[in-house]
Design a protein around this ligand. Sequence first.
Ligand SMILES: NC(=O)c1ccc[n+]([C@@H]2O[C@H](COP(=O)([O-])OP(=O)(O)OC[C@H]3O[C@@H](n4cnc5c(N)ncnc54)[C@H](O)[C@@H]3O)[C@@H](O)[C@H]2O)c1
Length: 330
Amino acid sequence: MKVKVGLIGCGNMGSGLFKACAQLDNAEAVAVADPIAENAKRLADELNVNAFSSYEEMLDKGGIDAAIVAVPNYLHANVSVAVAHSGKHVFCEKPMALTVDDCDRMIKASESSNVKLMIGQVLRYLPVFNKMKEILDSGLLGNPFSMYVSRLGSGTWGNPQHWRMKAETCGGVLYELNVHELDYMRYVCGDVDSVCSHMGNFLKHDTRDYEDTVHVLLKFKSGGMGSLLAGQCSSIGGYDGKIHCTRGTMHFDNGKGTINYKPFDGEEVTLGRDDMKTEPGVRREIRLFIESIIEDKEPPIPGWDGKKTIEIVQGAYISAKEDREVKLPF
Ligand SMILES: NC(=O)c1ccc[n+]([C@@H]2O[C@H](COP(=O)([O-])OP(=O)(O)OC[C@H]3O[C@@H](n4cnc5c(N)ncnc54)[C@H](O)[C@@H]3O)[C@@H](O)[C@H]2O)c1
């Protein structure tokens, strides 16, 4: 069986996902949709598939079984609900949606239509993060109880008219970028009990209308804690962190592509890029989505999982706005 797949949103991410899909043996890339005709045509011509200017028309006439949703963030929920209601399986890019209520709508639509819903939290599958989870799952370092991640840059990200530059259409930096790290922290340390955050726009780049610096503090249900420092506020930048566990500590530097870990009673081990070769993350997530359809099983990052991460993100914005700790679920 080959799952026939359509793409909604032919921008950078959608194109990457769809090309990965076209490489799979058990999927067939058949149609793309984008209101910007040249975006749809470029990809359709390259992959020799049909192009539509409206995703509703593609759902109706495209002959697809499943759709990849890679539109701007504020459209994820409505488009995913429409895909599910049309009886097609949904792969939705991160962030799942901009509110928990929208996540609930997506989950309800997929359940009532009996279709799969998977969220593209691809960071879990990227080499450094994939390898760290493998090491943690081996039990060598014991249970994680404290984790920090720092992801900083100095980017202004270009065109101020782009949806990514406005809080209304992208949600803010935690939705657009750091939903990745917050999802990963939850993946590693378990569900979150409460979130506290502070954020501000200090450098006031005129290209973006939202925060450039964010601190988030998490309390996990396990009793452990996590912190994230994020933003486009650093002329030095960097992307690293540490995970403290009951039997040892692990450090990663995603910029350098290194992991080092040391049990309290053992030698320190350093891993480089050659030690963590893995299937490209985008290809793996699409492959797993397709397999979940063919084998009729729950996808690896289903709607309820994506929703728990959006709870953290939305909770962080509530916390910053109301200057209080926010208990989850709220
Ligand atoms: N997983 C990752 O690491 C990662 C990386 C980049 C982007 N993303 C996510 O992917 C999504 C797309 O980001 P991008 O960088 O490709 O953006 P982009 O601006 O390059 O592309 C978005 C595309 O969606 C199209 N679009 C807008 N409204 C539409 C509609 N109603 N129907 C169909 N198409 C429509 C636009 O015309 C554009 O071609 C975002 O949600 C973003 O957060 C994820």
